[in-house]
Design a protein around this ligand. Structure first.
Ligand SMILES: Cc1cc2nc3c(=O)[nH]c(=O)nc-3n(C[C@H](O)[C@H](O)[C@H](O)COP(=O)(O)O)c2cc1C
Length: 181
């Protein structure tokens, strides 16, 4: 999870669906997601909620997430929600958060990374980063839609309810289509 705090509730819902479907989940939060109190909940509430659903401790440092790929701890990474900030870092190879470290760790051993983006600048400053990531091996996207084209013309939010379908596809190294909904 990255710091798109207003979409946390949608992410928790899908975490619950995946847990019910039998997936073993390891919760990961960026340092911003794990340590920021906002009007959408305190940092502690957010961490506890993820831990309650998954039954596992939240990993929220680079040291926590560095072994995930090489030690074969995870089959894939779902970044839900993914911020514009993290899209930029991933597209340029910057690895300075728990989430970008987790992505690097999985990509280095050829495992899939699924991005569930939510950002007001998806069709602005983030567009070039999304474009680059669409063209990057083993990176997949949860289909995206404009959520409020009149008031936020550059905003795109992924359809979180498609996460379970996208997980199945991404594990087989396929992109769910259509990618724009
Ligand atoms: C209340 C609040 C809501 C935010 N919502 C979003 C969002 O939906 N999408 C986004 O890209 N950034 C959002 N941000 C900004 C990110 O939290 C900020 O860029 C942060 O540095 C992201 O770090 P991370 O990508 O490592 O989690 C929000 C910030 C705050 C305080």
């Amino acid at each position: 999870m990255c710091g798109s705090f207003c979409t946390f509730s949608k992410a928790y819902e899908q975490m619950q669906v995946l847990a019910k479907d039998g997936y073993e989940l390891v919760p990961i939060m960026s340092e911003n997601a794990a340590n920021t109190d906002t009007r959408f909940g305190t940092a502690e509430e957010n961490r506890l909620r993820a831990e309650k659903i998954t039954g596992s401790r939240v990993l929220c440092t680079k040291v926590d997430t560095e072994p995930l790929g090489p030690r074969d701890i995870c089959d894939m990474l779902v970044i839900a929600p993914c911020t514009g900030n993290t899209l930029a870092k991933l597209s340029l190879g910057v690895t300075d958060t728990a989430v970008t470290m987790a992505a690097k760790s999985l990509l280095r051993v050829g495992k899939p990374v699924l991005i569930c983006a939510a950002t007001n600048d998806a069709l602005g400053a983030s567009a070039q980063n999304i474009g680059r990531l669409l063209n990057t091996k083993n990176i997949f996207f949860v289909p995206l839609a404009q959520d409020d084209h009149e008031n936020k013309p550059n905003s795109l939010v992924a359809d979180f309810e498609l996460i379970p379908k996208c997980v199945t596809k991404a594990l087989g190294k396929e992109q769910l289509q259509p990618i724009l909904v």
